[in-house]
Design a protein around this ligand. Structure first.
Ligand SMILES: C[S@@+](CC[C@H](N)C(=O)[O-])C[C@H]1O[C@@H](n2cnc3c(N)ncnc32)[C@H](O)[C@@H]1O
Length: 226
C-alpha cells in the first residue's frame, strides 16, 4: 500500500462526501438530475448490475467495502439482508451512511466501521462482498481483492474503471489539478489477472455499457477454501 496516496484519497472523500452522495439524490435540481443521468450513467448502471448479480439477498450477510454514503449498504438491508457491514475510512461518508440507514429504517441491520479496509483486523466472513467505485483509487488492487475474497463465502462484486482516450485523460487531469490524488484504470485482461492472483474463482467480467469503458467483476470468494 502507499500510505500517502491513501491519505490523499481519504481526505478527498472527507471533503467531497456531500457532493458525492448528491449524485444519487434525484430529488435535486432538474439540471443536476440531467447532468448525472447523462454523464454519470455508469454509476446507475453499476448499481443495477450489482443488485442483479447479488440476486435474492434475503437473510444474507453483506460486506460493503468503501461504502461511502451507504447507498448500497442501506439497499442491501432494505432488500432483506440480515446484516450489512459498511467499511470506509472517511468519517464524513460514514455519517451520511448512518443517516441513510436510518432514513431507510434499516439501521438495526447495518453496522458502519471507520477503518482502512487493508489494515482492518476483522476476519468476519460474509455471504457477499461488494466494492463499488473503490478500485479507482487503489495503487495495489491484488491484496485488496484477496482480502475481500478471503472474507467472502459466496460472491465478490467490484467495479473497475476502464481505459478510454478522452474520459481517462480528463479524469486524470481533473484529479491532478484538484489534488485528489491518482486514479487507476484497468483493461479487461488486467482485471482477469488481478482476480486470478487474488484467488477468485468462477470469474466473470461484465462491461458497463453506458460508460463504454468500465467493468463489474463477479467471482466466488474463498473463505473456507484454499
Ligand atoms: C467513490 S466512493 C464510492 C462509495 C460507494 N461504494 C458507492 O458506490 O456509492 C469510494 C469510497 O471508498 C472509500 N475508500 C477508498 N479506499 C478505501 C480503503 N482503503 N478503506 C476504506 N475505504 C476506502 C472512500 O473513502 C470513498 O468513500
Amino acid at each position: 500500500m502507499n500510505p500517502s496516496h491513501d491519505e490523499t484519497v481519504r481526505r478527498r472523500f472527507e471533503r467531497d462526501a456531500e457532493s458525492f452522495d448528491a449524485i444519487y439524490r434525484v430529488e435535486r435540481s432538474w439540471f443536476s438530475r440531467r447532468f448525472n443521468r447523462i454523464f454519470r450513467k455508469a454509476i446507475f448502471e453499476r448499481y443495477e448490475i450489482t443488485f442483479a448479480e447479488a440476486g435474492d439477498v434475503t437473510d444474507k450477510t453483506v460486506l460493503d467495502v468503501g461504502c461511502g454514503s451507504g447507498v448500497y449498504s442501506a439497499d442491501f438491508a432494505r432488500r432483506g439482508a440480515r446484516r450489512v457491514v459498511g467499511v470506509d475510512f472517511s468519517a464524513n461518508m460514514l455519517a451520511l451512511a448512518a443517516q441513510e440507514a436510518a432514513a431507510q429504517e434499516v439501521a438495526d441491520r447495518c453496522e458502519f466501521r471507520r477503518e482502512d479496509f487493508m489494515t482492518s483486523a476483522s476476519d468476519e466472513s460474509f455471504d457477499i462482498s461488494v466494492a463499488m467505485g473503490v478500485f479507482d483509487y487503489l495503487s495495489e488492487p491484488v491484496p485488496f481483492l484477496r482480502k475481500m475474497a478471503l472474507q467472502t463465502n459466496a460472491k465478490v462484486i467490484a467495479s473497475f474503471p476502464g481505459h478510454s482516450v478522452v474520459r481517462e485523460r480528463l479524469r486524470t487531469l481533473r484529479y491532478r489539478l484538484s489534488g485528489k490524488g491518482r486514479v487507476f484504470f484497468y483493461r479487461q485482461a488486467d482485471i482477469a489477472r488481478i482476480a486470478a492472483e487474488a484467488g477468485l474463482r468462477e470469474v466473470r467480467i461484465i462491461p458497463i455499457l453506458s460508460s463504454g469503458t468500465g467493468y463489474i467483476l463477479v467471482g466466488e470468494g474463498r473463505h473456507g477454501g484454499q
